[in-house]
Design a protein around this ligand. Structure first.
Ligand code: NAD
Ligand code: TDX
Length: 333
């Protein structure tokens, strides 16, 4: 199979490529990524000489460049990771979220239909369902009620994927996953942010009362779920993916501090995020029942491995936070 992977230089995309290029040596992985601030080719150095891996620095909104890739590479399948992914940035600048997440997705779907791609996976998020109270779980039938510009753009993209299934017969499925954590996560997100700031003995900004709840899933488990949906999922179906692992942000940060042997006094409560969703929790029984997927990594192992990865890969995150990261790309291209 020739699999076009968008956003493969980001956090989840690079974990996916590193895992699957090894697992499926007979498949070819075509990574299309525009290398925004969140894309980092250093994540993928170990794939550079591989015969089953190709990289294109292309924006999914660039129709001509995208079509040229479809013509040349003739992908059988698409996994669509590429997105603007940070909620706080979406509050500052919603337009780029509409461009990449909505228009970029429509562009991709157009070519997927025109060039007869036989399978398409839209990597979406539990945030499209909005916020839960103390009780209950998001199921695939929960109405879409996005509360941030980020989640509004992802929900809109999901609707265009659904429309392509109904209107053009695209063989597409949608995954909606909870919060991921693990290696290569950009250090603006909660867990890597707290790890590097704790290492630096800097204040750890917790929004509001720190009691907002997220469901956390180790990134490898999400990658396996996407691969399962790619190979076994049904057209038009949505699959929720979660870790059954609800934690408050305060619990997460305290665990990071405990592993690093740092004091809780680094925690600083700061002004809340506007529109901050209180609780996410996922019912993943459909993907478990229909496709036999289960998470493998328990949270205590996963968070331990993650903190250790950031300790072992200081250079990776120091380059990002020092700004050398951007000049690396201007030197290369
Ligand atoms: P990320 O921000 O780490 O990576 C996004 C990647 O997309 C980057 O490599 C970036 O360069 C690329 N990109 C952005 N705009 C592009 C464009 N216009 N053209 C081509 N490439 C572009 O994101 P992530 O955390 O890896 O998330 C990947 C996907 O998974 C996203 O669609 C996100 O909505 C979804 N998701 C993420 C999580 C999570 O916890 N991180 C959970 C559920 C779903
Ligand atoms: O400095 C911070 N302090 C803080 O309290 C940051 C960056 C976050 N938070 C809180 C906000 C959230 O309740 O931590 C929680 C997690 O925040 P993020 O890491 O920004 O993730 P979230 O907003 O939950 O969205 C993430 O999960 C779903 C990803 O960024 C999305 O791409 C994914 O779809």
């Amino acid at each position: 199979m020739r699999i076009l992977v968008t956003g493969g230089a980001g956090f989840i995309g690079s974990n996916y490529l590193l895992m699957m290029a090894d697992k499926y040596p007979g498949d070819c992985f075509i990574n299309v990524d525009s290398l925004t601030y969140a894309g980092n080719l250093k994540n993928l150095i170990s794939l550079e000489d591989r015969l089953n891996y190709i990289f294109y620095k292309v924006d999914i909104c660039d129709s001509a460049a995208l079509e040229a890739i479809f013509q040349k590479e003739k992908p059988d399948a698409i996994i669509h990771f590429a997105a603007e992914s940070h909620v706080d940035r979406s509050i500052e600048n919603p337009l780029i979220f509409a461009e990449t997440n909505v228009l970029g997705t429509i562009n991709l779907i157009n070519y997927a239909c025109r060039y007869g791609v036989s399978r398409y996976v839209q990597v979406s998020t539990d945030e499209v369902y909005g916020s839960l109270g103390r009780e209950g779980l998001f199921t695939e039938n929960t109405p879409l009620m996005p509360n941030s510009p980020y989640s509004a753009s992802k929900a809109s993209a999901d609707c265009f994927v659904r429309a392509a299934v109904e209107t053009y017969g695209l063989n597409a499925s949608i995954t909606r996953c909870s919060n991921n954590y693990g290696p290569y996560q950009f250090p603006e997100k909660l867990i890597p942010l707290m790890i590097w700031r704790a290492i630096e003995n800097m204040p750890l900004p917790l929004y509001g009362d720190g009691l907002n709840i997220r469901d956390w899933l180790y990134v490898d488990d999400h990658c396996r779920a996407i691969d399962t949906v790619l190979r076994q999922g049904q057209a038009g179906e949505v699959y929720n993916v979660g870790g059954n692992n609800e934690r408050t942000n305060l619990e997460i940060v305290k665990e990071v501090l405990r592993i690093l042997n740092k004091s809780d006094s680094l925690i600083q409560f700061v002004t809340d995020r506007p529109g901050h969703d209180r609780r996410y929790a996922i019912d993943s029984s459909k993907i478990k029942r229909h496709l036999n997927w289960v998470p493998n990594t328990n949270f205590w192992d996963g968070i331990g491995k993650t903190v250790q990865w950031y300790l072992n890969n200081e250079r990776w995150w120091r380059e990002i936070i020092s700004g050398e990261y951007q000049s690396y790309y201007s030197d290369m291209y």
